[in-house]
Design a protein around this ligand. Structure first.
Ligand code: ASP
Length: 226
């Protein structure tokens, strides 16, 4: 295994050389654009959905939330694994007020099935690969992409690069040859850093929201018993 891993930089370099030779050097510019597009999607999702849900359901301001989650976000960005980030995520969630029992349940569950960063990546990558394959996606195909990317992200493991493997399922759903994944394999790590960061952040936000809901439920129960 160690031998295979030590050879992988040469393999990726050779693959990239093939990609540039067959697609032309412009492909590098297109890859940079897709990467920027994915990161814009990640940022919009994080700001619009995470800070809104942390504020609306857990009463935490967006700045306090991102400050509290920063350690886990950085660790996820570097490790590209939600599973490996779990101890840091738990520490951040507990520090922000999540109940330890709840975060112990919600965070591992989230690291397994709650991967919105992965879903965003798979949609962006599919649209890019479709254009590389000379396909123009119809509205119904786009709906199929969104549905299958959501399902594929649920089935994605919380480890480095897993989302790219599951991308094959999304590509197959609309008839793009799986071999096209080769076009982004060399830069997948850059996509993975952002999407893992997003995946982990939402798990923390969820554990805070569930803690708040449970507290409200307990308070209501106590009131009813009086
Ligand atoms: N690396 C991601 C995670 O651990 C999964 C993926 O590859 O999309 O959350």
């Amino acid at each position: 295994m160690g031998f295979v891993i030590s050879l992988s930089p040469i393999g990726v370099f050779a693959y990239m050389a093939w990609v540039v030779a067959t697609q032309g050097a412009e492909i590098l510019g297109s890859l940079a654009l897709v990467l920027a597009c994915a990161y814009i999607g990640y940022a919009i999702h994080a700001i619009a959905v995470y800070s809104a849900s942390a504020k609306a359901f857990a009463g935490i301001s967006p700045i306090a939330f991102f400050k509290g989650a920063a350690a886990a976000m950085i660790f996820a960005f570097i490790s590209t694994s939600s599973a490996a980030t779990l101890p840091v995520s738990k520490e951040c969630a507990d520090k922000m007020g999540a109940d330890s029992d709840i975060s112990s349940f919600v965070l591992p569950l989230g690291a397994t099935i709650n991967m919105d960063g992965t879903a965003i990546y798979q949609c962006v990558a599919t649209v890019f690969l479709a254009s590389c394959a000379g396909m123009e996606l119809t509205l119904s195909q786009m709906v199929i992409v969104v549905v299958t990317a959501t399902l594929a992200s649920i089935g994605t493991a919380g480890v480095s690069g897993a989302g790219m493997i599951m991308l094959a399922m999304v590509l197959e759903a609309i008839g793009i040859p799986v071999a096209y994944i080769g076009l982004i394999v060399a830069v997948d790590r850059l996509f993975d850093m952002g999407r893992t960061c997003l995946n982990v952040t939402f798990d923390i936000s969820c554990s805070l929201c569930v803690t708040e809901w449970e507290r409200e439920k307990a308070a209501k129960g106590a009131k009813a018993n009086k």
